[in-house]
Write a protein that binds this ligand. Structure first.
Ligand code: CTP
Ligand code: ZN
Length: 155
């Protein structure tokens, strides 16, 4: 249910709305997308916004950017109920729920400093996706959901 009295974050013209983000995860969503405010894109964030479905939710709106599948895959790890809305000319032209992949490669880095994926070798990190985190294919180290944003392989 939205009406003008309830709208807390302005609509966007073109870009992506990441909606139904688990409350408390908005800043991690920004970290995953590499948004720190220095690149000039317009970004709106709502935190602990009332939601029929989730009670409270976070929402992130990024102007002028449509997300890649690998970005959406990582988001699914920290925001499993999120919906991705592509907006063009103020209209939602595409809406999808994130889908948790079975594995992720090249996006999370292993927290184990002795892991072979952290050695000076051309090895791409690989993790199996669990219900509340991911497990390194090489050493079995587990990265919990809340720690994923701090262990990203994207620079
Ligand atoms: N939105 C936006 N800018 C637009 C269009 C939509 O910021 N130009 C936002 C809306 O505020 C909403 C989300 O994108 O948070 C999805 O929009 P819409 O599909 O119109 O809303 P709902 O039907 O309520 O979405 P859902 O069924 O996924 O809850
Ligand atoms: Zn490892």
């Amino acid at each position: 249910m939205t009406d003008d009295h309830q709208l807390r974050v302005s609509k966007i013209q073109n870009g992506t709305v990441i909606d139904h983000v688990e409350a408390g995860q908005a800043l991690n969503v920004l970290a995953i997308l590499g948004i720190d405010g220095t690149s000039g894109e317009t970004v709106s964030v709502g935190m602990n916004v009332p939601s029929d479905r989730l009670g409270r939710k976070d929402i992130v709106k990024v102007e002028g950017r449509e997300l890649s599948q690998s970005e959406v895959d990582v988001l699914s790890l920290i925001a499993p109920a999120a919906s991705i809305n592509i907006v063009r000319d103020y209209e939602v032209v595409e809406k999808s729920r994130v889908v948790r992949p079975e594995t992720v490669s090249g996006v999370v880095s292993c927290p184990n400093r002795n892991c072979i994926s952290n050695a000076d070798e051309p090895i791409t990190s690989g993790f199996a996706v669990l219900s509340d985190g991911v497990r390194c294919d090489y050493c079995g180290a587990i990265v919990r959901e809340k720690e994923i944003a701090a262990n990203l392989d994207v620079s």
